[in-house]
Design a protein around this ligand. Sequence first.
Ligand SMILES: Cc1cc2nc3c(=O)[nH]c(=O)nc-3n(C[C@H](O)[C@H](O)[C@H](O)COP(=O)(O)OP(=O)(O)OC[C@H]3O[C@@H](n4cnc5c(N)ncnc54)[C@H](O)[C@@H]3O)c2cc1C
Length: 471
Amino acid sequence: MNKPTEQQLSAVRAELDGVHIIDDESQVTRLSRDFSWFSPVLTQELEPYRADIVVRPKTEDEIVRVVAACAKHKVPITPRGAGSGNYGQCTPLFGGVIIDLSQYNQLVWHKGDVARVQAGMRLLDIDKATQPAGWELRCVPSTFRIATVGGLYGGGFGGIGSINYGPLASTGNVLGVKAITVEPEPKLVELRAPEALLLHHVYGTSGIVLEMEIALAPTHAWRECVFVGDGIERMLRLGDEIANAPGIVKKSVSFFEDSIQPFLPTLHSFWATGKSALFVVITENAVDALRDLANKHGATISYNEPHLDQVKKGRTILEYTWNHTTLHALKIDKTITYIQSGFPAGQHIEHALKMKALLGDECLLHLEFIRLKEGQMTFSGLQIIRYTNAARLNEIMQLHRDNGVYIANPHVYHVEDGKQGQINPDIVMTKLRLDPQGLVNPGKLRGWELRDQIAADVRAGKVNVATLPKF
Ligand SMILES: Cc1cc2nc3c(=O)[nH]c(=O)nc-3n(C[C@H](O)[C@H](O)[C@H](O)COP(=O)(O)OP(=O)(O)OC[C@H]3O[C@@H](n4cnc5c(N)ncnc54)[C@H](O)[C@@H]3O)c2cc1C
């Protein structure tokens, strides 16, 4: 793949009459970035890359015209939602066009526990649209205020609510997507689950999503509470008991060891120095039961507020959980970074304590309780790392792997080097069908380089591709 020439770009522009185009250099540079600056490694590696222009279509017709023009003139096209991804996912490596879908943001329909939405709709706006009828999104990232549903699907994993519904990829969460083929005459295709999942967490590389049909959860009068107490193990066991208690209806349970407290000074009125903390969002009727549980573990409730009010005021504790913890910590100490990890269910507490013993103050425990796709309770770690250099960061991640903790490396920008972990022939075959010229977010999918071999192996029956889209 080469960067497009001025001639190619002019040819694309000539076909986009009436579509909002941004070509101001500083704006294009800003829109070519996401939150990969959390990683000192990615900050350096991705610095040189940017798009040539950004387009902001508002309608399906405009999207079709943008995609058709890029395909016809062989110009790379990279989708963008709100640009809150962490791995340079919407940073184009070969220039070209960023297709910013944030203005393609309408609710298509909502019927009971299912909603159909345009990809650029913000997660908070989906909740606002469905909550009056008693429904809300099943799992959202802590960036729910700005992030789009298409961006969550293309680049995210799960988050708040995953304690009940698992990650977004769990069967039943996403019901179907409408995608567009990147061809001079684009086709609109409907993929139902599980095929739809072939466009999930692949940074848009396997295709551009226009609409999503998603299952919703019942909404509640949520309460947000903070528990503080002594001792990492004691507080982890309290968190585990809350997470597993079947009668306590919850939205999230987050654990922070005492050494994280200095990084979050705005919370010090209810989080005392030297204490570990649990941030918990539960139904109102569960607060008394939790108070009893906390007493049993020697912890106290130091904060208890109605959740929706706090969201409206911009003061929800959920915007201190998941990767927001890292964001706030970076404001206090620019030298820290983070890792992403998954602990083996059933031994998650023991593994966390072991890693603490091995790494001490170099790796601070921030753990989010979550149900695995298979249903077991465990936690995802977004540990804060006192960064020294890239080699040591890799050693810390390897030490986790060596001790049975899964690492989804957040300091890499290729799909397969992160959570996916390996080349997936299903995804390469999907890209061949939806994006035969390899124009969408090029350079991020290692498997694309092996497409001829993979396609030949599939034809010869040597590779089992179980879930090929049928269109
Ligand atoms: C402080 C902070 C906290 C975070 N917490 C979480 C968390 O709890 N859980 C979590 O999963 N993530 C989290 N993230 C990562 C990110 O915010 C979320 O994944 C978010 O949902 C991304 O949405 P976006 O609209 O910003 O996507 P973008 O960053 O714009 O895009 C993400 C990827 O998806 C692709 N994409 C965008 N739209 C489409 C489309 N329509 N079709 C195909 N591909 C598309 C882009 O090309 C890019 O590769 C966090 C990030 C930060 C900075």
